[in-house]
Design a protein. Structure first.
Ligand code: ZN
Length: 300
C-alpha cells in the first residue's frame, strides 16, 4: 500500500472518530437535557413558555426585604379600601376550621347553589370557558358542607373522608364538579375534565389534591375537587408544581414576593401590616396558620 493511500485511510478514520465523538457528545447533552426536563417540571414549564411564547412567563419567587424607608405600617382593621377575603385559608388533617369561622357565602347566579363570595366571578368565568372550549356544561355536585354533614360523610367513609371541621367544603371555597356522564375520576376522561385540570389555574383555582402529592396533602388525586385561592396564587402553585401546603410554607413571614406586577407578603395576624408605599388593589386573607397573606399590585 502506498504512503498516500495509508495517509488517506488515516485521515478518513480520524474524521470518523471526530464524527463519533461529536455525535456521542450530542447524545450525552440530549440525554442530560431530557433527564433535567423530566425531573424538573418547573424547568419544563419555563422551556415550554419560551417556545410557545406564553404571556405569563414564570417568575422566580424569591423573598426580598424592602428598604425600610419605603415601608409603611398599617392597622389591618382600619383599612376600608382593602378587600378582606377567606380565599387563602388552609384546611387539612392538621389545620381545622378556626373557632368562630363564618364562611362569606352568596348565591351563584340564581342557581340555588351557595358558594364563597370570593369565587363567584371566577367560577362564572371558568364555567363559561369550559363550555366555550369543550361544548360541555359543567355542573356542581358539592360546594358548601356543614360540619354535621361532613361528620356523616366521614362516618360512612372513615378511610378517605376528612374529619368534620377539616374539610375545605366548610369554607364554600371548594367545588366538586362534573359533566354529563363523567363524574369523579371519570371527569378526567371528558374533554371538560382535561380542560379544567389544565386551565383552572388561569381563573384562580387549583387542583387541590393533585396526583402523586398524597404524602403532603393527605388525600389521593381528586381531579374534580377545585379549590379557589385567587390570582396570582393559583398560577404560582401551577408553575412551581407545588401543593397549597407547600405554597404557604414557601411564603416566609415578613418577606415580600414579586410575581409579574403582584406583590405578596405573609405576616403575623393581629399585628401591624408593613407594606411598600403605593400598592394598589390590596386583598388580604388569613391563612389559618396565624398569618395573613396580603396581595397587592405594583405600578412600575
Ligand atoms: Zn370536594
Amino acid at each position: 500500500m502506498s504512503n498516500k493511500s495509508k495517509k488517506n485511510r488515516n485521515q478518513k478514520s480520524n474524521k470518523t472518530n471526530v464524527i463519533k465523538i461529536i455525535l456521542g457528545s450530542l447524545c450525552s447533552i440530549l440525554l442530560i437535557m431530557t433527564i433535567l426536563l423530566v425531573s424538573k417540571p418547573e424547568l419544563l414549564y419555563r422551556v415550554q413558555g419560551v417556545l410557545l411564547g406564553r404571556k405569563d412567563q414564570y417568575v422566580s419567587l424569591k423573598g426580598k426585604n424592602y428598604s425600610k424607608t419605603n415601608l409603611q405600617s398599617f392597622d389591618l382593621n382600619s383599612q376600608t379600601e382593602w378587600r378582606s377575603e377567606q380565599s387563602l385559608i388552609l384546611l387539612n388533617k392538621t389545620h381545622a376550621l378556626p373557632e368562630g369561622f363564618e364562611p362569606q357565602m352568596a348565591e351563584y347566579k340564581d342557581s340555588g347553589v351557595q358558594m364563597n363570595v370570593a369565587m363567584l366571578d371566577a367560577y362564572a368565568q371558568l364555567s363559561a370557558a369550559v363550555t366555550e372550549n369543550t361544548g360541555d356544561k359543567m355542573y356542581v355536585s358539592s360546594v358548601y358542607r356543614s360540619v354535621e354533614e361532613q361528620a356523616e360523610i366521614q362516618a360512612n367513609d372513615p378511610e378517605i373522608a376528612l374529619p368534620p371541621g377539616h374539610s375545605e367544603h366548610h369554607t364554600g371555597l371548594a367545588v366538586d364538579v362534573y359533566v354529563f356522564e363523567h363524574a369523579g375520576m371519570n371527569f378526567l376522561e371528558s374533554e371538560a375534565g382535561q380542560y379544567v385540570n389544565k386551565n383552572c389555574y388561569d381563573f384562580g383555582f387549583i387542583i387541590r389534591y393533585p396526583e402523586d402529592k398524597e404524602e403532603i396533602t393527605g388525600i389521593t388525586f381528586e381531579p374534580w375537587h377545585l379549590r379557589y385561592v385567587g390570582l396570582p396564587h393559583s398560577k404560582i402553585i401551577q408553575q412551581k408544581f407545588i401543593t397549597f401546603e407547600e405554597y404557604i410554607d414557601l411564603l416566609k413571614p415578613n418577606k415580600f414576593y414579586r410575581y409579574n406586577n403582584y406583590l405578596i407578603t405573609r405576616q403575623p395576624l393581629n399585628s401591624q401590616i408593613v407594606l411598600p408605599a403605593g400598592l394598589q388593589n390590596i386583598i388580604y386573607s388569613p391563612d389559618n396558620t396565624g398569618h395573613v397573606i396580603v396581595t397587592g399590585q405594583v405600578n412600575d
